[in-house]
Design a protein around this ligand. Structure first.
Ligand code: GCB
Length: 608
């Protein structure tokens, strides 16, 4: 009985969930819905529940939904809202930094956008595509519910072919950023819970049968074989697909079966592989029936051997930095190509060849700009701290967010690591949860490396020992851990006596190390919150970590100061986590240059 109820519940939720993610939106025929959207702040969710607290859209095809841009039909028809009279928010963009009253708001906001549309061809299909909205999103078009999406940082789309009208249309979106105990992430995070439609929104028009997805990368361990698949969506599932890479003189045809998917294997003779010093991208053209799509793709190999990380067969040291998806200069979520260029540009100035995009999937521009700049990336699922390991719904949610991330970015040469989680406490339930995520990630993409930010343990009998030991490390390609010696763990001079115990024959990286410092606050090296303290801490930590034999990379915490409601210290933190190497106004702190000098030295050591 319980299983039947569970299945029914899963079925119902499956009906309204968003559809399979369409990739390479920038490469498609699209119509932007960015810009001003009228909004209603709805803390009681009056637009969603009736006065008995029953959802208006409990039926599959709701007509009675309240905030669905209804106009009074007659004088006696009472409608107690009017989007036309409401102010507007810019999309993309979080609501917190656009309206002072919404700075700390966590709850529901309704958005509405009116638009005119004329299809290019009557037989075409149209999809409504969102780059991301935090956290739970219900979408309605012309009064009809399209579906729901859960997860604040990954793309989703709905087909609207039958509902879209020639001429005027109204799209209404309910976004709810309440934190949830069973959510991914859960209630507790050390970052700001920006709400809203934080990334691009557009319509995409495609032929009846179209290329929905493809995976085109060098096969694992091979520099002379491109492999992957192409997937069609539509009635003519069985078709010839043409793949061309003109610069490599490649023109191949494959044929999809009934399922719409065809795998591909294209031998290549001489390919100029993508690397950090040569971020070579090739134009790839795919066509099938009436559809054609192109994008620039880089080809490279990434693997580990013993304790080495090999990029195109050569051992590399990952000179990294962690980044949150925030533009400290403007305030609020980062989303644009310009934001990506600014953040990754700073990483480049620091001497990085690698960036950890913490702690959730960042916007797609980051990976596209990193592809162009030659910066390696770690991309992370928001499984953070203490989520509900035993709850099947929480697992499905985490698995789905990981699927959407890998689907979106699997053709980006810059992305080399999928991270499953951050600082999760060791338990059987947690390890089995993460292990299932690894299996899933490897099924979706067997070409990249898997890791997670793990924790350091101590033995009370040996106060100077720091132990990295985690049953989950068995399933990862790289052992990554966060350490805060000198900050949460003793004082910076302690670095000189710490003894690291790491018994893994794998590359070891430090996914976080850092200290808080207020930019412009000066003092001696033992005065907390000064730039000198942070500078000294990095100097000592980097020297300490360099003694670990398997040390193959580090990503200090963090590039820029970022907003966090957990940081209350007046005149120092004021709502900001101050561990940035760059302050909230874009000014570099002293520690920035310590890390830069260390990276200069590492670059010459590893790239001789
Ligand atoms: C950590 C977390 C990160 C925090 C950081 C800190 O270990 O992974 O999310 O922001 O420490 O500053 O405490």
């Amino acid at each position: 009985m319980r299983t039947a109820v569970l299945l029914l519940a899963l079925l119902i939720s499956a009906c309204v969930l968003s559809q399979e993610v369409m990739i390479n939106i920038p490469g498609r025929n699209s119509f932007s819905l960015n810009g001003k959207w009228n909004y209603i702040v709805d803390p009681y969710e009056n637009g969603y529940y009736d006065y008995r607290y029953e959802p208006f859209d409990k039926n599959e095809n709701p007509t009675g939904g309240y905030f669905l841009d209804r106009k009074p039909a007659s004088k006696s028809d009472l409608v107690e809202y009017d989007f036309d009279l409401m102010p507007a928010l810019m999309v993309p963009g979080d609501w917190n930094s656009q309206d002072d009253k919404l700075f700390y708001y966590e709850g529901t906001v309704w958005y509405r956008k009116l638009f005119e549309y004329a299809k290019k061809d009557a037989g075409n299909r149209v999809f409504l595509c969102f780059g991301g909205a935090n956290y739970e999103t219900d979408v309605y078009l012309n009064g009809r519910k399209l579906g729901k999406h859960i997860g604040g940082f990954t793309p989703f789309n709905f087909e609207i072919t039958g509902i879209l009208k020639e001429g005027s249309n109204s799209v209404v979106v309910k976004v709810d950023n309440k934190r949830r105990r069973d959510g991914v992430p859960t209630l507790n995070t050390d970052w700001f819970n920006y709400g809203g439609i934080t990334r691009d929104v557009c319509l995409v028009e495609v032929p009846g049968t179209f290329i929905s997805d493809y995976f085109i990368q060098l096969a694992k361990g091979k520099q002379d074989l491109i492999s992957g698949y192409v997937k069609l969506n539509g009635q003519n599932a069985s078709q010839k697909i043409r793949i061309e890479i003109p610069e490599l003189k490649i023109a191949t045809e494959i044929t999809t079966g009934e399922s719409g998917t065809a795998s591909l294997e294209i031998p290549v003779k001489k390919i100029d592989r993508w690397s950090t010093s040569n971020p070579k991208l090739y134009q790839v053209n795919i066509s099938a029936g009436g559809d054609a799509i192109s994008e620039k793709i880089g080809f490279r190999n990434i693997e580990t051997r013993g304790t080495d990380i090999l990029l195109n067969g050569t051992s590399v040291f990952l000179r990294g930095i962690c980044i949150h998806e925030e533009n400290p200069m403007r305030g609020g979520r980062a989303y644009s190509v310009e934001d990506a260029r600014m953040l990754l540009g700073w990483a480049r100035e620091l001497g990085c060849n690698y960036v950890r995009l913490a702690h959730y999937p960042h916007n797609e521009n980051m990976a596209r700009v990193a592809d162009e700049m030659g910066i390696l990336l770690w991309e992370e699922n928001p499984v953070y701290w203490t989520i509900l390991w035993d709850n099947p719904g929480t697992f499905e949610n985490a698995r789905n967010q990981l699927t959407e991330l890998i689907t979106r970015d699997k053709n980006r040469a810059s992305v080399i690591i999928w991270s499953m989680a951050n600082e999760t406490p060791v338990s059987d339930a947690r390890t089995s949860f993460l292990k299932k995520l690894v299996t899933h990630a490897r099924e979706l993409d067997n070409t990249r490396l898997i890791s997670a930010a793990m924790e350091v343990h101590r033995d009370p009998a040996k106060p100077n020992d720091r132990i990295v030991e985690d049953p989950f490390a068995e399933y990862t390609d790289i052992v990554n851990f966060n350490e805060y010696v000198g900050w949460y763990d003793g004082l910076p001079p302690d670095c000189d006596k710490i003894n690291w115990i790491i018994n893994y024959d794998k590359p070891v990286m430090i996914s976080e190390v850092g200290a808080g410092a207020l930019q412009g606050l000066h003092g001696d090296a033992l005065t907390c919150w000064t730039e000198e303290f942070q500078e000294d801490l990095f100097r000592r930590n980097l020297a300490m970590l360099s003694k670990i034999p398997q040390f193959r990379g580090v990503s200090p915490w963090i590039l820029c100061d970022f907003r966090s409601p957990r940081r209350h210290l007046a005149n120092i933190q004021d709502g900001w986590n101050r561990k940035g190497l760059i302050g909230e106004n874009g000014t570099k702190k002293k520690a920035f240059f310590v890390v830069r000098d260390f990276y200069r030295q590492k670059a010459t050591e590893f790239e001789k």
